[in-house]
Design a protein around this ligand. Structure first.
Ligand code: NAP
Length: 255
C-alpha cells in the first residue's frame, strides 16, 4: 500500500460558505495544499475577497455564487466548477446561519429557515457533490456540523440550530455507507466556539470570554484551527476514515 500523502495535487474542490469565517479559512488551506477551489456563497457575500486572498497566496480559486437551498443553482455551480477546475474530488459544506429565540416563542418560519439552510442545504450540497464524485470515480466530503450536535449550549436559545447540527452528523453517517462502494468518503467536523461573524451576534459575543474559560485548551477557536481538521479528513491521510464526526473544540465538551 502506498504511503499516505497530505497534499491535493490540483484536485478540484468546492467549499460552500467560502465567503466568510470558517469556509474562507478552509478554502485558503485547501488551495495552499494544492487544491483548485470553487468558492460557493451567496451573491451578497465576500467570495470575491476569498478568491483574491487565495490568488495572492499563489493558489487557484473561482467564485461561484449560489444559494445552498437552491437545487438547480447548486447543480449549475458544480457543473461550472467541473468545467473550469476538472472532475470534483473534494467537497466541504460550511454554509450556515444561526440565530436565537426561546423555544416556546420561536415562530415556525424561524425554525424552518435554520433547518432549510443548516440541514437541507448541507444535504443538497452533499447530494450535488456526491453525484459528481460517483460519476467521476470517487472523492471525499466534509460537512461542517457543530459541537452543538453534542451539547446544548448554556444560555443560547437555539433549539433549531442544535437539532439541525445533530442531524448533519447523522446525515454524514448515512451518506458514508451509501457512497462507500463508489469510493466517496463522508465525514463531519464539529467546531467549538470560533471567532467569525457568526459568533459576533448580540446573544453570543459577550459570552465568548466565558466559553474560553470553560475550555481545557483555554481559548476559543480561530477559523484556521477548524480548517486543518477538514484538510486532514479530505486528504489521503484519512483514507480509512468515513462516517465519523471530528470534534474540534479545544476539549470544551469534556467538561
Ligand atoms: P459565517 O462567518 O457567518 O459564514 C457562513 C457563510 O455561509 C457566510 O458567508 C454566509 O453568507 C453563508 N451562507 C448563509 N446562508 C447561505 C446560503 N443559503 N447559501 C450559501 N451560503 C450561505 O459563519 P461561520 O462561523 O464561518 O460558520 C461556518 C459553519 O460553521 C456554519 O455551518 C456554522 O454553523 C458552523 N459553526 C460555526 C461555529 C462558530 O463558533 N463560528 C461553531 C460551530 C459550527 P452571508 O454572510 O452572506 O449570510
Amino acid at each position: 500500500m502506498e504511503r499516505v500523502r497530505f497534499g491535493f495535487d490540483g484536485a478540484a474542490a468546492v467549499v460552500t460558505g467560502a465567503g466568510s469565517g470558517i469556509g474562507r479559512a478552509i478554502a485558503m488551506v485547501l488551495a495552499e495544499s494544492g487544491a483548485a477551489v470553487g468558492c460557493v456563497d451567496l451573491p451578497s457575500s465576500s467570495i470575491a475577497g476569498t478568491v483574491s486572498a487565495v490568488e495572492e497566496a499563489g493558489g487557484r480559486a473561482i467564485a461561484v455564487p449560489a444559494d445552498v437551498t437552491d437545487e438547480a443553482g447548486l447543480r449549475a455551480a458544480i457543473e461550472r466548477i467541473e468545467q473550469h477546475l476538472g472532475a470534483l474530488r473534494l467537497g466541504v459544506n460550511a454554509a450556515g446561519i444561526a440565530n436565537a429565540a426561546p423555544a416556546e416563542d420561536m415562530p415556525r418560519e424561524q425554525w424552518q429557515r435554520v433547518i432549510d439552510v443548516d440541514l437541507t442545504g448541507v444535504f443538497l450540497s452533499a447530494q450535488a457533490e456526491g453525484r459528481a464524485m460517483i460519476r467521476g470515480g470517487g472523492g471525499a466530503i466534509v460537512n461542517i456540523a457543530s459541537m452543538s450536535a453534542t451539547i446544548a449550549n448554556r444560555g443560547l436559545h437555539q433549539a433549531h440550530y442544535n437539532a439541525a447540527k445533530a442531524a448533519v452528523v447523522q446525515l454524514g453517517r448515512s451518506l458514508a455507507w451509501e457512497w462507500a462502494p463508489h469510493g466517496v468518503r463522508v465525514n463531519s467536523v464539529s467546531p467549538g466556539y470560533t471567532y467569525t461573524p457568526m459568533t459576533e451576534r448580540p446573544e453570543q459575543i459577550d459570552a465568548m470570554n466565558g466559553y474560553a474559560a470553560d475550555t481545557p485548551l483555554g481559548r476559543n477557536a480561530q477559523p484556521d484551527d477548524i480548517a486543518g481538521a477538514v484538510a486532514f479528513l479530505l486528504s489521503d491521510a484519512a483514507r480509512f476514515v468515513t462516517g465519523t464526526d471530528l470534534l474540534v473544540d479545544g476539549g470544551h465538551v469534556i467538561w
